[in-house]
Design a protein around this ligand. Structure first.
Ligand SMILES: [Zn+2]
Length: 111
């Protein structure tokens, strides 16, 4: 299987398993996207583009890769309208960020 085909299959699997999440904040209507990856949650800002995974930081920002699997998954999920929407109150933004960043932090095995 060539790399592009393998990547397509991984994106398909992420979508089928409902791992692309749109966190919709209310009443502001602001949206934060995340993807549950193999290591844990990733914060993904497709418009930037930005992702919190190690591959994005070292590979994409280092000029070795064009994108990461999470960014690809969000792009395809938006195109196919294949994602899970979770409503969150604006008042819970702090707690949401805490849990998301804790999950991201844990992936890097730092103390
Ligand atoms: Zn990523």
């Amino acid at each position: 299987m060539d790399p592009a085909e393998r990547k397509r299959k991984v994106v398909e699997k992420i979508l089928n398993e409902g791992r692309v999440k749109r966190h919709k904040f209310l009443p502001s209507g602001r949206e934060i996207w995340s993807v549950v990856g193999t290591l844990g949650d990733q914060f993904v800002a497709e418009g930037q583009p930005f992702c919190t995974c190690g591959h994005f930081h070292f590979g994409v920002l280092g000029g070795k890769a064009a994108s990461c699997i999470h960014l690809d998954a969000v792009r395809v999920a938006k195109r196919d309208r294949s994602f899970e929407t979770l409503d969150i109150e604006d008042a819970d933004y702090g707690r949401f960020l805490f849990l998301l960043t804790r999950s991201i932090h844990a992936q890097f095995g730092s103390k």
